[in-house]
Design a protein around this ligand. Structure first.
Ligand code: MN
Length: 235
């Protein structure tokens, strides 16, 4: 193949315990999946079907400990928020999945951050416009190495925790998801054919908040490699 312009490097996430990388195809995100976060965003926690949005695949920032990732404070916002989330990696195609069949397409899991330009998201929401500019932008998806489901087993409970500068900010539990991972994948696969390489950010517990240049974020989910990033000045 001879390209007319230089192609970019494909976004990829290291697979823990191997020398392999997982190439990222699509990034899907669940809008609201923990009751206490739904409430803090001004919604209610009734069990409606989940809704989804997307991020550019190259929004990935692959972070491997012990180094913290560096995330530049993005342009066009004054309210840059963290949302710590379990990320599910898809390893096999799947469409019109049932919750019973959905686990068969899971490759593994990682700790991720759905970084958000909250002022832009809220402004678009109020105007009934798409959220894209609040959610999909450069470096909006920091992620730690993926762990294969063969190693972890199905993750259905356990702490989801984020500290900012060493102080607790988000405290949740995977068991408190409104829609668990199999149901989330079942809903998503009625809208899109899930493909190997897809990542699904599964929503955040309460405690989201703004960060500033110089802040250090440390995220943990039981059984997975933790994710640490530092917010640095815009280039
Ligand atoms: Mn989110």
């Amino acid at each position: 193949m001879r390209y007319a312009i230089a192609p970019g490097d494909p976004p990829a996430v290291p697979v823990a315990g191997t020398d392999l990388s997982f190439p990222v195809r699509h990034i899907y995100c669940v809008g609201r999946n923990y009751a206490d976060h739904a409430k803090e965003m001004g919604g209610d926690a009734s069990k409606e079907p989940p809704f989804f949005f997307t991020k550019f695949p190259d929004a990935i920032v692959a972070v491997t400990p012990p180094r913290a990732g560096r995330v530049h404070y993005p342009m066009a916002t004054a309210n840059f928020h963290h949302e710590l989330e379990l990320v599910v990696a898809i390893g096999a195609p799947g469409v019109h999945l049932t919750p019973e069949r959905a686990p068969s397409v899971i490759f593994g899991y990682a700790v991720g951050l759905d970084m958000t330009r909250r002022d832009l998201q809220n402004d678009m929401r109020e105007k009934k416009r798409p959220w894209d500019i609040g959610k999909s932008f450069a470096q909006a998806a920091p992620i730690a190495p993926l762990h294969r489901v063969a190693e972890t087993g199905a993750l259905t409970s356990g702490p989801v925790e984020l500290d900012v500068n060493g102080a607790p900010r988000q405290r949740g539990d995977l068991a408190d998801m409104i829609w668990d991972v199999p149901h989330t994948l079942a809903f998503l696969s009625q809208l899109y054919r899930l493909l190997p390489g897809d990542l699904v950010f599964t929503g955040t517990p309460s405690g989201v908040g703004a960060v500033k240049v110089g802040d250090r974020l440390d995220g943990r989910i039981a059984g997975l490699t933790p994710l640490s990033i530092e917010i640095v000045a815009a280039e």
